[in-house]
Design a protein around this ligand. Structure first.
Ligand code: NAD
Length: 522
């Protein structure tokens, strides 16, 4: 419904199929508004997950290139911070328009490198675009506070940019997550050095190109590449004041502690195990459709995927009907007409997911729908795992304790709503959760007692729109969730508050003797 065709202005050639690319180009660094070939000696091959054909080679940016990115961002900050809000707002308007014009092209890059379907990739772009659109309202969002605190004296507090910031992004939302950072960091007057996932940086490179076209001066947005080495550089570089991270717990807990130990601000959204509690009084058809869509869409590789069902009472008998709906979903190359889900990101991811399914079998759960060993005819070499449903799961099982991040739905049975709440709260992750019920009081109790960042009531994936914040809880967010992405907390993250108290008193009202006591403002 939100999608519009790309305009003629965006008419560029971009992939529309999984056909092998004859001479794959290397991914470049983006420094000072220019695409620069890396002098890297280490390159990471990036394969189309549907075919495992080579798409591009991603450099491990060299030390000199990483330093150059920060030099450029530091230099740009000196003038960018002094531009007016209205000037930055105008650039943001242009950026938004360009992202919209290049929507199809961005989505195509995501489908090719990440694997999700074109329709889903368009949603990925849209959710980032909405953050950029909301950032256009910066002129009202940035107003400070002022109060006359005593006679002739007023205190005002306002927000200033931090300087050079950095973002480290995951593979699963190649456009949305870079756009959780780029618009807010820059519109508030910061510059940014961003490291996309080495597994799918293509969309981010298009976003960089559009940033230059929108009028961002050189150095305001720089893109570097690589894996842990680049991350360590970002964490240890003293000129980088703030680090935004989205990704796994393994990387994120390390990044949060090292960034914090180095005195940087850090916001870090981590892994998930999102539960849905299903009550017998719910709208069954709506719930089952919503669950199948949220469990298997994007091949389960969303931080908000509904990966765990808590079937309350008699609803345990509904699981075979979810399996029927799951079977009706078409797994295929993301560019194919009618594809509902694509491949998983890599052969390693496929192997890990299949091992987790096998572990459930060994631990006594029931594999109600087995997605292993299924492959679309046209794509025999892709990383395929079809929708899988594991029933009769118990909390001690590995498939319940670990984030699977694949198209696998794990189902547990409980007797009451209280049992469901206790189970969900005992899980160490707290990203999102949902409840399906027709009862307002049941929903109200769940909403109040559940420990999760996002709560959906008859809504499966409650990813908050950008006028709110993407909140997290427990192990799903580092630092206890004190700093979250976009919305008011996002604005706070990228700005430093300054509080100024001034006295303007006429000369004849000034006393002749100095006073040494703390002022009482009487
Ligand atoms: P990942 O942690 O493997 O990678 C994320 C980033 O960290 C990448 O840029 C990568 O280069 C870097 N990285 C990876 N390992 C590192 C290490 N050992 N040291 C330093 N840097 C390292 O995550 P991923 O597989 O790309 O993304 C999937 C994960 O992200 C899932 O756990 C998912 O739940 C999570 N995620 C969370 C949210 C959220 O908002 N909570 C959103 C999207 C994804």
């Amino acid at each position: 419904r939100h999608l519009q065709p790309a305009s003629a202005a965006a008419a560029q050639s971009y992939p529309v199929s999984h056909d092998r690319i004859e001479s794959p180009a290397n991914t470049q660094n983006f420094l000072d508004n220019k695409f620069v070939e890396s002098k890297a000696t280490t390159w990471l091959d990036l394969h189309d997950p549907a075919t495992n054909n080579l798409v591009t080679r991603v450099p491990q940016s060299t030390d000199a290139e990483l330093v150059a990115a920060v030099d450029s961002a530091e230099k740009a900050f000196q003038s960018w911070k002094n531009t007016s809000l209205l000037y930055r707002q105008q650039i943001m308007f242009k950026y938004v328009a360009l992202i919209r014009e290049n929507w199809d092209r961005l989505a195509a890059s995501i489908t090719l490198e990440q694997g999700k379907t074109v329709a889903d990739a368009k949603g990925d772009v849209l959710r980032g675009l909405q953050v950029a659109e909301t950032a256009c309202g910066i002129t009202t969002q940035m107003t400070g506070e002022v109060l006359e605190v005593a006679k002739d004296m007023e205190t005002r507090s306002y927000r200033e940019p931090l300087g050079v910031t950095a973002a480290i992004c995951p593979f699963n939302f190649p456009a949305m997550i870079p756009l959780w950072s780029i618009p807010i960091a820059t519109v508030t007057g910061n510059t940014i050095v961003l490291k996309p996932s080495e597994r799918d940086p293509g969309a981010c490179m298009i976003l960089a190109e559009l940033a230059e076209k929108a009028g961002f001066p050189p150095g305001v947005v720089n893109i570097v590449h690589g894996s842990a080495k680049t991350v360590d550089f970002i964490l240890d570089e003293p000129r980088i004041k703030a680090v935004s991270f989205v990704g796994s717990n393994k990387a994120g807990e390390y990044i949060f502690s090292r960034a914090s130990a180095n005195g940087k601000r850090c916001q870090a959204n981590l892994g998930a195990k999102n539960h849905a509690a299903v009550l017998p009084d719910c709208n069954k058809n709506h719930a089952l459709n919503a669950i199948a869509g949220a469990a298997f869409g994007a091949a389960g590789q969303r931080c908000m995927a509904l990966s765990t069902l808590v079937m309350i009472g008699e609803t345990k008998d509904w699981v075979p009907e979810i399996a029927e709906r799951a079977k009706a979903l078409k797994m295929d190359g993301g560019f194919e007409e009618g594809a509902d889900l694509g491949p998983v990101i890599s052969p390693d991811a496929k192997k890990r997911i299949e091992e987790l399914i096998a572990s459930a079998e060994e631990e006594g759960a029931t594999i109600l729908l087995d997605g292993r060993g299924k492959t679309p005819e046209k794509y025999p070499n892709g990383n395929w795992v079809a929708p899988t449903i594991i029933a009769n799961v118990k909390p001690h099982m590995k498939c319940y304790r670990e984030e699977i991040f694949g198209p696998v739905l794990v189902c547990l049975n409980v007797e009451t709503l209280d049992d469901a709440i206790e189970l969900i709260n005992a899980n160490e992750y707290g990203n999102g959760t949902a409840i399906f019920t027709r009862s307002g009081s049941t929903a109200a109790k769940f909403q109040k007692e559940i420990e999760a960042g996002q709560v959906g009531i008859n809504v499966p994936i409650p990813v908050p729109l950008p006028m709110f914040s993407f909140t997290g809880n427990k192990k799903s967010v580092a630092g206890g969730g004190a700093s979250t992405f976009y919305g008011k907390p996002g604005l706070q993250f990228y700005t430093q508050q300054k509080t100024v108290t001034s006295l303007w008193r006429s000369e004849d009202a000034v006393a002749n003797k100095a006073t040494v006591n703390m002022p009482t403002h009487s």
